[in-house]
Design a protein around this ligand. Sequence first.
Ligand code: XMP
Length: 517
Amino acid sequence: MAIKHDLVAVLDFGAQYAMLIARRVRECNVYCEILPHNVTVSELKRRKVKGIIISGGPASVYDKGAPYPDPNLLRSGIPILGICYGTQLIAKALGGVVKPEKKKEYGRTELLVDDETNLFAGLPNHLTCWMSHGDSVVKLPKGFKVLAHTKNTPLAAIGNPKEKLYGVQFHPEVAHTESGVEIIKNFVYVVCGCKPTWTTKNFVEESIKEIKATVGKEKILCALSGGVDSTTVSALVSKAVGKQLTCMFIDQGFMRKNEAKKINDIFTTRFKIKFVHIDASQRFYNKLSGVTDPEEKRHRIGNEFIRVFEEEAKKLGKMPYLAQGTLYPDVIESAVPGLTSTTAVRIKTHHNVGGLPKDIKFKLVEPLKKLFKDEVRALGRELGVPEDIISRQPFPGPGLAIRIIGEVTPERVKILQEVDDIVVSEVKKAGFYKKVWQSFGVLLPIRTVGVMGDKRTYLNTVAIRAVTSTDAMTADWARLPYDLLDTIANRIVNETPTVNRVVYDISSKPPSTIEWE
Ligand code: XMP
């Protein structure tokens, strides 16, 4: 029988922290979803929600048009934890007083615990916490007591144990708050009574049952890119209905050095999946011939990908199902208004391998659509996906084509493959591969003068790009050690005969972007 997971809901009040909170709850092995801030109590009850976290938000409870939840929420009987704005909202709604702070409190602060039960059960009575607020609760609502305070915030954590309503003014979900996860654990286990059933092992078992039930005896196709999402989907579907699965890898000719071969090896030897390798590189090179505009490149690659996919899928006969690696953040981005990016100005046309048209004639199987990226990684590991795929840095769908500024030709791809291989291997060797978000080379459309062995040269320039980031929305250039940059630059000019100059990109995002095109 399928496990009935307890569900905790994070109500989204436009907070950048909502996803982080949901991830923290899931780290406690309790299933958690982000729901719109005004979700109705009847919907929460229908879904048997066992606990609610009201996340922080940019608004003040006194702002005109400040977002409010269902007016019956606080009397619904469902345990609630307010965080920051959520706490103020609870206090104000139940007759407490919230005031703008004279001394706003931001950053690391010492928290002194006054009540060591429930939320703070089993925790030390001095903790470092992360504060970020302009308003504060200054008078408790009826039935509430103070659970913890800081120097400037006397009511830093408040609670009404009888009604199971709690509020913390600080952010337990951020890594800077000591024992933050323990506080969340106490809320979900002790206050809400949730059971820790949301585990990778259970997820695998349930997904296998679900995929089997959906697909039945039909055939299923999966477009593989060699990235962690599509590889993990393939591994999972192969566990469920292995003989009915065909994985299709379309090589656009813009992969990294030896990557196509590596993907081939993994899927033919390790997973023994029916694997179709389509070398479509010549088609893509033809399409990009003479094209230098970045958006034009992206469009042509995206369109050609769909064309190749459709032609090749037809050759495989009746294939009603298509497995895709859609993740939870993709799902909530389109469902929760505060988290959507669809209204943003288009900076780049993204192409994802498997980014197929909406009117595609397949029935979609999307087994990862409840998972965050870190959960996909854990799942991949459980299924035996090799570590270098699991911990691979993000690689864009259009591949090296958008890192070759100007025209993309097979010769220029070859140059960048060599450069990229040097960058990645040296960054790995120096222990920086997992510390940075991405590190790669970019081939520029300019040649410069150099001197090699007494001779004048007039050769290519490459840029090295390495950035730190947590979500790719913003990024900073990575402060890689000079010695490492030196090794990389030396190897590039010595081992790539057509390059005589290496520069390091020191721009952040914004105003730049991570990729150059
Ligand atoms: P930018 O360059 O917009 O990149 O700062 C943000 C992140 O997205 C990746 N990226 C892509 N990923 N298809 C993808 O799957 C694409 O078309 C694409 N373009 C950029 C980029 O590598 C970075 O991680």
